[in-house]
Design a protein around this ligand. Structure first.
Ligand code: PAF
Length: 279
């Protein structure tokens, strides 16, 4: 595995790969890798000849009161996992490589960035779209893999690629879960043992609402309140939102059906966890 720290060297890797006719798959991450990330790498591996994983904790996507400093970082461990995952290149740039001195440019996906998680994390998706656009420009991947757990991020990046005429194919990969249903997330490491035991309530709530949906309940407000009631019974959960939205545009829906996305965010202690289910 090549370890690349500069934009120039990353571009050179891309140039050489493309000249050799190799398809490039990118898996953008912020490190603290878990089985969810490894499943994205496996998917990229299955479709490409050269797999690039980026590890970059992007300050632009953290609010002033968020966990940028505390975000888990363990490059040694991550590198070990990547070496045995078949990754060809690890891109670990310094801040000034990605956000060059004096940088002024931001990428906004208007509307979609302000709903759901965007309400309590203003500026977050602008930071995500900006860094992902930069990574696409540097690596010029054929495909890029993102987890369905970050449903809003995935849709925003899809829309951004479409709008910017970026030819990168955006691949969505299923959420990887613990046995009790908790979606894997680097932020799960913040959970105390009690909070960890409580956290699967999110997926339980989504599943029971989705089961009602599949059994014929189409009133989105009723499905949302079903999920909300389940979460309200868990004292360690502090709900941020549960919403039923269109699975592509993220606009609220009154009638749920095929293509509806039910999304949730809640705090367990200092961990803000998200999850979703599609109908
Ligand atoms: O999902 C993440 O880890 C990040 O938001 C991403 C896509 C790597 C951009 O920093």
């Amino acid at each position: 595995m090549e370890r690349i720290t500069t934009v120039a060297a990353m571009r050179a890797f891309g140039r050489v790969s493309r000249a050799a006719g190799r398809r490039i798959g990118l898996v953008p991450t912020m490190g603290a890798l878990h089985r969810g990330h490894l499943s994205l790498i496996e998917r990229a591996r299955s479709e490409c000849d050269a797999v690039v994983v980026s590890i970059y904790v992007n300050p632009l996507q953290f609010g002033p009161k968020e966990d940028f400093r505390a975000y888990p970082r363990d490059l040694e461990r991550d590198q070990g996992l990547l070496r045995s995952s078949g990754t060809d290149a690890l891109f670990v740039p310094e801040h000034e490589e990605i956000h060059v001195p004096g940088h002024r440019t931001r990428v906004e996906v208007q509307g979609m960035q302000d709903v759901l998680c965007g309400r309590s994390r203003p500026g977050h998706f602008r930071g995500v779209a900006t860094v992902v656009a930069k990574l696409f420009a540097i690596v010029r991947p054929d495909i890029a893999c993102f987890g369905e757990k970050d449903a809003q991020q995935l849709r925003i990046i899809r829309r951004m690629a479409l709008d910017l005429h970026d030819e990168t194919q955006i691949i969505s990969c299923p959420t990887v879960r613990e046995e009790d249903g908790l979606a894997l997330s680097s932020r799960n490491t913040y959970l105390t043992p009690e909070e960890r035991r409580a956290a699967p309530v999110l997926y339980r709530a989504l599943r029971s609402a989705a089961a009602s949906g599949r059994a014929g309940e189409t009133d989105a407000a009723r499905l949302v309140s079903l999920a909300r009631d389940t979460i309200a019974r868990e004292p360690l959960a502090r709900l941020d939102y549960v919403e039923a939205v269109d699975g592509e545009t993220l606009e609220p829906v009154a009638t749920a059906g095929a293509g509806t996305l039910l999304a949730v965010a809640a705090w367990f202690g200092r961990a803000r966890l998200i999850d979703n289910i599609s109908f």
